[in-house]
Write a protein that binds this ligand. Structure first.
Ligand SMILES: Cc1cc2nc3c(=O)[nH]c(=O)nc-3n(C[C@H](O)[C@H](O)[C@H](O)COP(=O)(O)O)c2cc1C
Length: 382
């Protein structure tokens, strides 16, 4: 079985699947359950000096595997976390031999007051979230926390904070690692029968998380990983082992999960870790380190891939189930698939857009093998 233990900031994680901040780790008991369920390490809900005024309702299922939320940070006071909840989390982490990370927000003053108190509890690292800050305040906050504690510091970045690669590069002298991304928004969803928002926040605004977020999260992780040398925790839309593998390839050393835990329960930590292990074994890897950042090594300098000779996809007759989906999605009239007949591609009309290949449910359409593709010389991205 491939090794999936990971070191980050000098801490050892038994698997690379850890919680991302949310109600799934919203108190000591939830943290204990995450540890029992096989989380690779623990990370608690974001705590600030004042308890959050969380509106009702504040979570809403969106699409497939997505969620809108208006949960803010912890509704529990920092006193309760310091007197009770952290202790339960720390005990659970010790029992399972895994690190415990606290998440703090938001201003420099919040972090300077809470940071040393957290450090005194014996917590392994502090993540700080920048969700409600502008770029100048983010750097100021990082500097303040660096001055206040000697623990490893992880900056959790939000997709609305601008160029995350640039931001990470500016933060790198002050922090030890990055986590990205937080949820995306603000968003708005209206129940059209009542013309009311689905969430109880001001204007009904909320933040998108879960499966729909994944391509954005993967891009952000890649963007940060290609700009900085410090490790990245990949978060956003991870629902299964293959999603996690994609994040590792984009440069993540660990992955954090929140929404999928809310939908499927704590047991998902172990399930995803097992799926990662299985994928590595099936693909002949012996250690997860072999795939971490492999995409960054390949494309981190801005290489583009372009086909030497643009070719239309080919139909693999023994695979085609004659469902016709490829023809339905072809707006260039290049694919025909009459009832119960094999799909056929007209290469004169085909513009190689790729949509038919990606909708085929049985991979019966294929572009030419990658080894026939010419790579252009590296070009730096603007
Ligand atoms: C209900 C809910 C509450 C969240 N609370 C926090 C929080 O307190 N602090 C934080 O940094 N991120 C918070 N997040 C964001 C998640 O940690 C994570 O970054 C984001 O949801 C993307 O990951 P996912 O798609 O696995 O959920 C929350 C997300 C959800 C869905």
């Amino acid at each position: 079985m491939a090794n999936i233990q990971v070191e980050l900031c000098g801490l050892s994680f038994r698997t690379p699947i850890i919680p991302a901040a949310g109600p799934n780790v919203g108190n000591g008991e939830q943290l204990r359950r995450a540890a029992i369920a096989g989380a690779g390490g623990l990370l608690a809900k974001t705590v600030s000096r004042t308890a959050a005024p969380v509106p009702r309702p504040h979570m809403y299922k969106f699409g497939t595997g997505g969620m809108l939320n208006a949960e803010l940070w912890s509704e529990l006071s920092c006193e309760q976390w310091l007197s009770t909840e952290y202790d339960s989390g720390i005990v659970a982490a010790r029992e399972h031999g895994i690190p415990f990370i606290a998440s703090l927000g938001y201003t420099a003053d919040d972090l300077c007051e809470l940071g040393p108190k957290i450090a005194a509890k014996g917590i392994a690292a502090i993540e700080f979230t920048v969700h409600y800050l502008d770029q100048a305040a983010i750097i100021q906050t990082a500097r303040a926390l660096r001055a206040a504690v000697s623990l490893p510091i992880i900056a959790k970045l939000s997709p609305h904070s601008g160029d995350l690669g640039e931001l990470a590069a500016a933060l790198e002298p002050h922090v030890d690692a990055f986590a990205c991304i937080n949820s995306l928004g603000p968003t708005l969803s209206i129940d059209i029968e009542s013309a009311e928002p689905v969430l109880g926040s001001k204007y009904g605004y909320g933040w998108l998380s879960g499966a729909p977020l994944k391509p954005l999260a993967v891009r952000c992780v890649f963007e940060v990983a290609r700009r900085v040398k410090k490790p990245v925790i990949g978060i956003g839309g991870i629902c299964n082992g293959k999603d996690a593998i994609e994040m590792f390839m984009a440069g993540a050393s660990l992955v954090g999960i929140c929404t999928v835990v809310l939908y499927k329960g704590h047991r998902i930590y172990r399930t995803i870790a097992m799926q990662v292990n299985q994928w590595l074994d099936e693909h002949g890897y012996t250690d997860i380190a072999e795939i971490i950042g492999c995409y960054v090594k390949k494309y981190g300098h801005g290489q583009r891939i372009v086909t030497e000779k643009e070719e239309s996809p080919q139909v693999i007759p023994e695979k085609c189930i004659k469902c016709g989906q490829c023809a339905t999605v072809c707006c260039y009239d290049a694919v025909t698939a009459p009832v119960k007949q094999l799909a056929k591609i007209n290469s004169q009309l085909c513009v190689q857009c790729g949509l038919c290949v990606s909708v085929c449910p049985v991979a019966a359409l294929t572009f030419q093998a990658r080894d026939k593709i010419t790579r252009l010389p590296p070009v730096m991205l603007a």
